[in-house]
Design a protein around this ligand. Structure first.
Ligand SMILES: [Mg+2]
Length: 232
């Protein structure tokens, strides 16, 4: 079955969840410069206004970032891989400052690497580093024993609570009592969602790489096309 056919058969109430970077936007070297691909915001806004459809974006980004990038009323935004929810304030986790210092030490040894301090997690960005495998190995050594570490595309995410996107999507599914879920994502952190989808759900991997998703598309433009089809 093609992904278009699978999308056409999705029942309602339907939960539509998408990742942001690499899924709604092309990957760019400076994360601050990422913008939604043409048509993405319009497609999301139309879907969010469709009865029987709940729309959410689940991303590794900070909630404040997501609110700026996706200013659409009626959309649920979940940040930091499921740690940050709209309207829920959480204290800075224990051990945060020590971990920030440790990651700063790793970044200082690899020109181009930098640490992003989010509300509830830390990210080591390695996109601009010449020898990425060296900084990843260094980070892996420094972080050995810390339970919440995810190695993504040119990022090392360090969390402090047991969350992942799969758990976040399961929570969203139960909140809106959806009969089916559509999910699209491009990175390794999205695999926890694909692994938790059922037989009538539609999981779409964006771009190359191993995946548990049933379907694959080339890039964000194709995701926008699917979002438009979901409404029909
Ligand atoms: Mg992504």
């Amino acid at each position: 079955m093609s992904v278009g056919d699978a999308v056409a058969r999705l029942p309602r109430p339907l939960l539509v969840v998408v990742d942001f970077d690499g899924t709604l936007s092309e990957i760019v070297s400076d994360p601050a410069a990422a913008v939604p691909t043409p048509g993405a915001l319009q497609a999301l806004a139309r879907l969010a206004g469709t009865s029987g459809i709940t729309v959410a974006v689940v991303s590794g980004r900070r909630l404040a970032d997501l609110r700026r990038l996706i200013p659409i009323p009626g959309l649920t935004l979940v940040g930091e891989h499921g740690a940050a929810w709209d309207g829920v304030s959480v204290d800075r986790p224990a051990g945060y400052d020590e971990m920030a210092a440790l990651l700063d030490g790793v970044a200082a040894r690899h020109p181009g690497a930098w640490v992003e301090a989010k509300e509830l997690s830390l990210v080591l960005h390695t996109r601009a580093v010449e020898d990425e495998s060296a900084v990843v190995a260094d980070a892996a050594r420094a972080l050995a024993g810390h339970p919440e570490v995810t190695f993504g595309k040119r990022v090392v995410d360090v969390g402090f609570v047991a969350v992942d996107k799969g758990l976040a999507v399961a929570e969203l599914r139960s909140r809106c009592a959806a009969d089916a879920v559509f999910f699209a994502g491009d990175d390794t952190t999205d695999e926890t969602v694909f692994a938790g989808l059922g037989p009538i759900d539609v999981g779409v991997k964006v771009g190359p790489g191993p995946t548990a998703a049933r379907f694959r598309v080339d890039g964000p433009r194709e995701v926008v096309t699917l979002l438009e089809q979901l409404r029909e």
